[in-house]
Design a binder for this molecule. Structure first.
Ligand code: FES
Length: 104
């Protein structure tokens, strides 16, 4: 089952920016790419490095540790389905933004 976490306006990154959020014990990196929002776990599925500070090219984030690149939309390694970072759907309702997480 999933539930939605409502973000404060100050937690929503401007176009081209990113923020690191602490949501109920999870570290979530939220990116604004061309006014689309993408939320992923801030933990590289390779060896757990932070992805929030990685190099962003379009919708692709490159991990600083060993250079693996992930598509922010699907979470998958570019050109592969071998590794996938946890990604969370982001919903907008008017001015409000929600991140959908699985309840555990
Ligand atoms: S920890 Fe991210 S590529 Fe190795």
């Amino acid at each position: 089952m999933s539930r939605r976490i409502r973000l404060l306006p100050t937690q929503v990154p401007a176009r081209g920016a990113r923020v690191l959020l602490a949501c109920e014990g999870r570290s979530i990196a939220l990116f604004n790419v061309a006014d689309s929002l993408y939320a992923i776990a801030d933990s590289c599925p390779h060896q757990g490095a932070s992805l929030c500070g990685g190099r962003l090219e379009g919708r692709v984030i490159q991990c600083c540790a060993h250079g693996l690149r992930f598509d922010l939309a699907s979470g998958y390694l570019v050109n592969s389905t071998a590794l996938r970072v946890v990604s969370y759907p982001v919903e907008r309702e008017g001015d409000e933004v929600f991140i959908c997480v699985d309840s555990e």
